[in-house]
Every structure is written in structure tokens, then in C-alpha cells.
Design a protein around this ligand. Structure first.
Ligand code: NAD
Ligand code: MG
Length: 394
């Protein structure tokens, strides 16, 4: 067993907290080099006390100052860094071999990409990184020899259901289709009118998973599944038509791989992110995750087709994937802006899809071979979506 030295990007978030929960069950296996957060000083302080990292990064300078004072008052020797550049520093430090990438949104891209270029083992929760920079990111992983282990439950399930060492060659592995399951979110059975008028409180009340607010809204709009389709395209080198979505409201089957011989290999479990996190932390060994074992006795598992009419965000993501170029970066950026405005109460739920469609029309179509081109598409899409939402009655 090799002792692993970890940086946890986004430690104060839902995935970060679950990661530290698994880590604390195996003190002999893991050592924390750095933890990062944005604004949650008290939670970061508690994490520093429990895990004694060398560094704590707060991307917000005011939060960093408050954390320094808090740590000093308690006599804890943790060095506090601040700003976005420090996220990259602690992700590529020579001492670190494993990086949990769990910042939400494109804000996580620079540090996650840097970890890929530095050849780290990357536990990838930050799906937006792959959506924005898929080809560039996968090229960086291949060039450096970085190791990529998916944390997103669907992709982790597919990773487990594929042959060990799968290299992206579907034909050689005998793979037909990757089946991504979707819970359908809190609005699965609502009418289009009820969905368009939904409130932030309704949108973040996910039936099966406890998650950050942004991904919870994405789950309600099915944009989360759309982002995951794009994520699967890059992680597994799948063509768009080799990825299919199936709504499975119980969230027991986390995803499936269909093979040419008719076999369908699924990964199942209690819906708890500590399972995919523990799988990736321990890989290739299995380690305890603290998750209650799946109780299938008396359970019913059901499956239905996704409805892209009531959930246009899923269709927009399929369209962006088909369009290629900068379209996925535009989709992601417009979605981030719209979700933030929706959570502020400034726009309706229906305004999310409308503003993304508008941004795709206005900005998509450009090339996206370099990080600069991708960031330019991201910035322009944010401006266009923001203007649209300020000027329309979305
Ligand atoms: P969260 O909102 O709970 O946590 C986000 C983390 O990112 C926090 O630590 C926050 O401090 C940090 N952060 C936010 N903005 C930042 C910025 N601008 N700069 C630096 N740090 C910043 O989110 P989460 O639910 O933990 O999700 C994290 C990522 O994992 C997302 O990409 C999400 O799609 C993905 N994911 C989450 C789940 C889940 O169950 N929560 C499942 C699959 C994938
Ligand atoms: Mg998922």
C-alpha cells in the first residue's frame, strides 16, 4: 500500500467534505498537503484542525485574512495562501501525488488543467473542466502521463464496468453503448408550466442526492446530465451516438456499459458520493467508504426515456456536443451565469434554457484549440447571457 499525499481543491464543498470523511477513515493511507475553499472560513478552520494540512488556500483574500486570524488564535501552524493562482500552486506542488478536483464550475479549470500537465493522479469531480476544455485536457493527460479517475457517480460506474485498462477503443473492447442513468431530478413529473415557474427552493431539493446548489439546479434542469454526456465523450473517447441517457428515478443503478455480445454491465449502490470517492482514492484497491450497503430486497427499479421537450437543457447539451468547437464552453458559461441569477431569484427557471440557447446562437461556432480561445468563448458567453437576462423578462 502506497501512502498518498493529497490536495483537495474545493475542500469546503459537498464533494470536499465527503472526501475528507473517507480520508479520515484511513489515516494510514492518506496525508493532506493542502485544502482549498473560497469563502467558508469556519468550515475551513475546522478542516485544518482535523487534517493539519501544510497549506490552506482561500481564493477570496478577505476570507484568507479571517482564516489566518482564526488559526493564529488557536495556535495552528497551517500556512494560508490566497487568490486563484495559489489553487494551481498547491495542485502542482512536487510533494503532491493526488489531486481531488472538486471546485464547482469553470473556476476549477486552471488548477485542474495544471494538475493534468504536472502528471498527477486526478480524481475528477469538476465536470465543467472537461466540458469546457475536453480535447485540451485529455491531450494534457496523455502527454504528461497523468492518471484520471472519474468521481461523478455515472462516470465512476462506467469506469468500473469497462475492462480494466480500457484505452478508448470501443471496437477492441467490444463496447456498443454507454448508458448514463439520470434520476430525473425534482421536476421529473411536473408539467412544462410548473417547471418554468419553479423556485430555487424547489430546484435544490433533490430527491436522492445532497449536493452543492449549482449542481442541484443543473440536476433539476437536466443540464447536469447534458454536461455528463459531454464529460463521458471525453473521458471514454465515445462518439456522441455511443452515449445514451436513461431516467432511473431510484438512483441505484449508477450507469451501465452495453457490450456487443448483449451483456450489460451495471454498477449499483446506495446513492452516496463516498462510494465513487473511496473507489478513486483507493484505486486499484477497494477501501471502506462508510456507506450503508445496498438493500435490494423489496426494491423496485424503473427506467424511462428522458423528455427533452420539458427539459430543453439536455437537448442543448446534445446540440453543443454535435456542434463541437467552442460550443460546449459557451453552453457551460451561459449555464453558470443563468443558474447564479436563478439562485439569486432574478430570473425564472425557464430563463435558464432560454439564455443558453441565445448564447449558443450568438457565440458558438468559433474554434477552441487553445486555452485562450476557450476562455475567450467562456467570457463572451457570460457577457451575452448576462445581457440577455438583464434585458429580457426571462
Ligand atoms: P459545492 O458548491 O458544494 O462546493 C464547491 C467548492 O468549490 C467549495 O469548496 C467552494 O469553496 C469552491 N469554490 C466555489 N467557487 C470557487 C472559486 N471561484 N474559486 C475557488 N474555489 C471555489 O459543490 P459540489 O456539489 O461539491 O460540487 C463540486 C464539483 O463536483 C462540481 O463540479 C460538481 O458538478 C461536481 N459533482 C458533484 C457531485 C455532488 O454530489 N455534490 C456529484 C458529481 C459531481
Ligand atoms: Mg453525476
Amino acid at each position: 500500500m502506497r501512502r498518498r499525499v493529497l490536495t483537495v481543491l474545493g475542500a469546503t464543498g459537498t464533494i470536499g467534505v465527503n472526501t475528507l470523511d473517507v480520508v479520515s477513515r484511513h489515516p494510514e493511507r492518506f496525508e493532506i498537503f493542502a485544502l482549498t475553499g473560497a469563502t467558508q472560513v469556519e468550515r475551513m478552520f475546522e478542516q485544518c484542525r482535523a487534517h493539519r494540512p501544510r497549506f490552506a488556500v482561500m481564493s477570496e483574500p478577505a476570507a484568507a485574512a479571517a482564516l489566518r486570524a482564526r488559526l493564529a488564535a488557536d495556535g495552528l501552524a497551517v500556512e494560508v495562501l490566497e487568490g486563484a493562482a495559489a489553487l494551481t500552486e498547491v495542485a502542482i506542488a512536487a510533494e503532491v501525488d493526488t489531486v481531488m478536483a472538486a471546485i464547482v464550475g469553470a473556476a476549477g479549470l486552471p488548477a485542474t488543467l495544471a494538475a493534468a500537465r504536472a502528471g498527477k493522479r486526478i480524481l475528477l469531480a469538476n465536470k465543467e473542466t472537461l466540458v469546457v476544455s475536453g480535447q485540451l485536457f485529455m491531450d494534457a493527460v496523455a502527454a504528461s502521463g497523468a492518471e484520471l479517475l472519474p468521481i461523478d457517480s455515472e462516470h465512476n460506474a462506467i469506469f468500473q464496468a469497462l475492462p480494466r485498462g480500457f484505452d478508448g477503443d470501443f471496437q477492441r473492447a467490444g463496447v456498443n453503448t454507454l448508458w448514463l442513468t439520470a434520476s430525473g431530478g425534482p421536476f421529473r413529473t411536473l408539467s412544462a408550466e410548473a417547471i418554468a415557474a419553479a423556485t430555487p427552493e424547489q430546484a435544490v431539493a433533490h430527491p436522492n442526492w445532497v449536493m452543492g446548489r449549482k449542481i442541484s439546479v443543473d440536476s433539476a434542469s437536466l443540464m447536469n446530465k447534458g454536461l455528463e454526456v459531454i464529460e463521458a465523450r471525453w473521458l471514454f473517447n465515445a462518439r456522441p451516438e455511443q452515449i445514451k441517457v436513461l431516467v432511473h428515478p431510484q438512483s441505484i443503478v449508477h450507469s451501465m456499459v452495453e457490450y456487443v455480445d448483449g451483456s450489460v454491465v451495471a454498477q449499483m449502490g446506495t446513492p452516496d458520493m463516498r462510494t465513487p470517492i473511496a473507489y478513486a482514492l483507493g484505486f486499484p484497491e477497494r477501501i471502506a467508504a462508510g456507506v450503508p450497503m445496498l438493500e435490494l430486497m423489496g426494491r423496485q427499479l424503473t427506467f424511462e426515456a428522458p423528455d427533452t421537450v420539458r427539459f430543453p437543457c439536455l437537448q442543448l447539451a446534445f446540440d453543443a456536443l454535435a456542434a463541437g468547437g467552442n460550443a460546449a464552453a459557451v453552453l457551460n458559461a451561459a449555464n453558470e451565469v443563468a443558474v447564479a441569477r436563478f439562485l439569486e431569484g432574478a430570473i425564472s427557471f425557464g430563463g435558464i434554457a432560454a439564455s443558453i440557447a441565445h448564447a449558443l446562437d450568438a457565440v458558438a461556432g468559433g474554434r477552441a484549440d487553445t486555452l485562450d480561445e476557450l476562455l475567450d468563448a467562456d467570457h463572451r458567453a457570460r457577457r451575452v447571457a448576462d445581457d440577455y437576462l438583464r434585458c429580457s423578462y426571462a
